[in-house]
Each structure stands twice: as C-alpha cells, then as structure tokens.
Design a protein around this ligand. Sequence first.
Ligand SMILES: [Zn+2]
Length: 363
Amino acid sequence: MPLLPLSGHLTTRARLAQGLRSGRQPQVLLISGPGGVGKQRLALWLGQLGVCEQRDAEPCGRCRPCRLVAGLAYADLHWFVPIPRPKAADPDKAIEEAAQALAETMAERRSAPLYGPPDGMSSHSMASVRLLHQRASLTAVEGGRRIFILGDAERLVPQESSQEAANALLKLLEEPPPGSLFILTTVDPRRLLPTIRSRAVPVRVNRLTDEDVREFLKAHVTPALAPAALEERVALAAGSIGDALAAGEDTSKAYHAAEQLIEAVLAGPSASYERALRQPPFSARGEFTALLDALADTLSEAARGTLGHPTRRPVPPALLGHGNPAALLRAVERVAEAREAAYGNVNPQILLAVLGEELAEVL
Ligand SMILES: [Zn+2]
C-alpha cells in the first residue's frame, strides 16, 4: 500500500518546491511543529519532489522514482525512525541490528501506512547514527539526489559515550555529500543538541485545519466514523491527524489508567503504593510511557479547566474541584521528569512509587 497523501501545509510546500527548483535549497532542513501534523510525511513529500522526473510544484506521482518513493522502496531514500536500542555490544553487530529493525519498520509502514508515535523507549541510538553515516558515504544507486530523513530527531540519544559517532553526525550535517538532502523533524527544536540545530535551516509547520483533519479521517479511517464521532475526533485532534488517530482505544486505556493513578494518589500513600506494585516491572514499556503521557495530559487539561478554559477531554472528577493550577502544573513537571527517567533502565514500579509520593506532595 503506498504512502497516504500529504494533508495541508500548502504554503510551506510551495516555498520548499520553489527552493528546490531554484537550486538554492539548503541541504539540511529541520522541520518542526506540533505532533501528528505530518512533519515526516512532508519530509517524504519533499524527498519525492526532489527525485521526481517532472519538474513541477508537486511530485507527479506517476514517474518511476515517484512510485518507488510512495512505496518506500526508493534505494536512495533513507528514512530513519526511532527504534529499540540494539542489544549487541559489538558495534558492527549493533549496526546490523539497527538496519534490520529499520527494515522491519519500513515493511510495516508499507503494509499499514497509518502509524502511531514511536514507542516511548525507542531512540536513534549510536548504531543508527553509524548506519546513517555508512549509508551517506555510499554513492547514489539511482544516480540522482539522495534523501536522508531523521524523524523525531529529539530522540537522538546524547552520544557522549562515543564522541566519534557524535562528530561523524555533525560533520555529515556540516558538509553533506554532494547531491544529498538531510531532513530532520522534531516536535521541539530546543530538545536537539544546539550543535545539530545550528547546522540546519528551520522549517516551521503549523497545525492543520479542522477541514484537513476531517477529510483525512473520512478518507482513511475504516470502518467509517459516525458523523457525531467524527466531529468529536476532529475537535479532540485540534489540528493534529496523529491526535485524531490516537483518540482510539489504546489511548482511552492509557487515560483510564492515568485516572485510576490520580485517584490512588489522592486516596493516600497506601493506595498509591499498591497501584505502583501493580505496574508490570519491565515488560510493556510502551504502555507505561503511554500511561505517563496520558497522566501529563490529564493534569494539564485539569489545569486549563481550573483556569476556566474549555478542556479537550473530560477531567476526572477528583481533579475538577482542585482549584490550584500552579500545583497541577508542578505535577505535570514531575510526570515529565519521570518520563525522562523512563528512558533509562529504571524499574517502572519504583518510578511510579516515587512519582506517587511527589504528586501527593504537590497535589
Ligand atoms: Zn514524479
């Protein structure tokens, strides 16, 4: 199944196409903007435009390179997404593992082009950076432009353990090989190393319109949503197709778990510890980070609610009468810290027990 069409961002597209046609296109771009608005899809669009045999403002979609890109099968398009950290200690084996994991992800995207955000534990590890470097040092297979996309670039793990890998990446971005185009995407440029950020030309994208989100859901969500459910999703999405898609079942589960956790914290230490002990220790990391994300979102929605703003989703009754937005925002901060810690090798039970104590202090 080919890539789904790109929604919205018409002004940005026109500007990028003009840059490409004029030959003044910078070789390293950093696309930033809210989650789920299609930043990586825009990067793929630009890559496709860069190799299309026609020289129009949009990829023609019919020529051989266009069709190969749409099928994620163009040999000179390298799409790097966060993957689980390779287990092998040997650097060469780790690179092989990373290549394998990326190939599997691409195969999944070919068969199911609607994808969610990466698992909370996935990253661009040192092995991915080495693989990128290896691929960048090869010559073009197709003889045209070579495209390198690094999605969710804030997931680049700090490479302090290997200065060599860090320098290799920086050098690559500083002097990209001729005929190559590097496109990084991120929700928040401030989370990138300044040395990386300073080497890329920023491209800022905005939220989509409700109409774009509605059209996308109508065209690509099966079974089709009933009109009321469709409008509810569009409203929840606030211009993010990713959020609209995530408003399905798994997310509801995470929000339900977050609500129970808040109730446990408010019920006192023993309920809170009991909840922490129920958390599976190391399995299902993705579910655990989804819980933390839902928790942060619920607390910030509650803060919005206490300030009299409309909330995007129902706030648990226990938080409704809270009335102290500052305390709620401090709680969000604690959750964000726990989220960072969850990247490391910390037992989720312990993390949750500590977080429960911290939340009890501020709430
Ligand atoms: Zn084409």
